[in-house]
Design a protein around this ligand. Structure first.
Ligand SMILES: Cc1cc2nc3c(=O)[nH]c(=O)nc-3n(C[C@H](O)[C@H](O)[C@H](O)COP(=O)(O)OP(=O)(O)OC[C@H]3O[C@@H](n4cnc5c(N)ncnc54)[C@H](O)[C@@H]3O)c2cc1C
Length: 381
């Protein structure tokens, strides 16, 4: 009997996500890529279909499913042919809202989680800053307790969904009565005075997603904006990053499989020297090696996800999966582009988009180098 992590319910979900991605989103992908943007109805519709709260409690509109539901979503949504759209949705479901679900009060969950699950409010996550990306401990944004409110000052950069978001899950350094109290999380409305969108990053790939620079200029938020315990924000954000890295690995592996499928189909059709190019050993072996790498990666992800879903804090395995997904994803993208020859390099074939989009996985959510540092430390070095 074949071992599978997926049930009939997962299969039904897979069909729904695939239909949404292929029929409702993919037809627009080329024009959205050209505009460098996509409309907010994508969030509304994903919410309507019940896809934005797959693991969240029913009380807040979620489906109360397991992590393999998240995997199904992460694997299928990329069929929309726009990495930027898939990433924007993943920020909503697996990066900005998990801390609210885990650490939020009932009030915060009703105000932010429930509308995010419904696709009515868009979320972003504010960790990175101009002077601190990998080095999260050394962020400079501060929240100072003053006359019953938190006053936030500083800058965030590279914020996915930052232009369109209704709220941000934010990490800042807190100060109370003149003393530092460590890092803390906040959830804040983006229409609060002092929350200023200062620019958008033009990017090599993921072109449909908006990537914002944000400034906090004496942005005053109420006590109720504090998410989780004061001073525990660093620990909370490290936990958040595990989910972010795992969904990044899922998306990276699925993207690599899609590029590989396209390259195999092309290798069967395209002829050179009187035979399909897939009949040349150089191409066949390349494909065999890529199929091996992607299959191995997927199995590591499934096993890691199984343990994560059971509540194990599998930082080592998640870091390995994220590292491999970035490495294998980009290698597969490059070799698949090569199989398409000159057409691979033309803008008419979608492979160039996968090649550009996949590069991000070696940087976003923790770079290859940081993953190696984490793994190295956990190996006792
Ligand atoms: C398209 C896009 C979307 C993003 N979305 C978000 C978002 O929504 N929210 C958010 O908060 N952030 C987001 N990010 C930021 C992303 O997480 C950071 O870019 C990433 O963590 C790296 O930080 P950095 O760019 O400041 O690079 P740096 O930290 O400056 O690193 C520069 C180089 O030095 C290397 N390096 C740094 N420290 C070490 C070390 N100890 N050992 C070895 N090498 C090291 C890095 O690996 C890298 O190669 C996004 C980034 C991009 C490009």
């Amino acid at each position: 009997m074949a071992v599978s992590f997926f049930t009939a319910e997962h299969d039904a979900l897979r069909a729904t996500v695939r239909r949404f991605a292929e029929e409702e989103l993919a037809p627009h992908a080329d024009s959205w890529e050209e505009q460098g943007d996509f409309p907010d109805w994508v969030f509304n519709r994903a919410g309507e279909l019940g896809l934005l709260g797959l693991t969240y409690p029913a009380e807040y509109g979620g489906q109360a499913g397991d992590y393999f539901a998240t995997i199904v979503f992460g694997e299928e949504i990329g069929r929309c042919n726009s990495g930027g759209v898939a990433m924007a949705l993943a920020v909503q479901t697996d990066m900005a809202t998990p801390p609210i679900n885990k650490f939020g009060t009932d009030e915060q969950k009703s105000k932010y989680l429930a509308p995010a699950v419904a696709g009515q409010k868009i979320a972003c996550l504010g960790i990175s800053e101009p002077n601190a990306g990998s080095d999260v401990m050394n962020i400079e944004t501060t929240a100072v307790w003053d006359q019953g409110e938190w006053v936030i000052n500083g800058r965030k950069t590279f914020i996915t969904n930052g232009y369109r978001a209704h709220f941000m899950t934010l990490v800042a350094k807190t100060r109370r009565d003149g003393a530092d109290t460590g890092h803390s999380l906040f959830v804040i409305d983006t229409d609060t005075p002092g929350f200023v969108r200062t620019g958008k990053l033009d990017k090599v790939g993921m072109r449909t997603s908006d990537t914002a620079d944000i400034a906090f200029e004496d942005c005053r938020v109420p006590e109720a904006a504090l998410l989780g315990n004061e001073g525990e924000g660093f620990k909370h954000i490290m936990w958040e990053l595990q989910g972010e890295r795992l969904i990044g690995a899922v998306a990276g592996a699925a993207g690599a499989q899609r590029m590989l499928d396209a390259a195999i189909a092309y290798a069967k059709e395209r002829e050179a020297f009187g035979r399909p190019i897939g009949k040349f050993q150089a191409i066949r072996h390349k494909i065999a090696e890529m199929a091996t790498l992607v299959t191995g990666l997927r199995e590591l992800i499934y096993y890691t996800a199984f343990r994560w879903d059971r509540g194990e804090y599998v930082v080592r395995e998640i870091s390995m999966a994220k590292l491999l997904a970035g490495q294998i994803g980009f290698k597969v993208a490059d070799q698949c582009l090569q199989i398409f020859g000159g057409y691979g390099y033309s803008m008419e074939f979608p492979i160039q988009r996968g090649w550009r989009d996949s590069r991000l996985n070696r940087i976003g959510g923790g770079t290859d180098e940081i993953m190696r540092e984490v793994i190295g430390k956990l190996e006792g070095l």
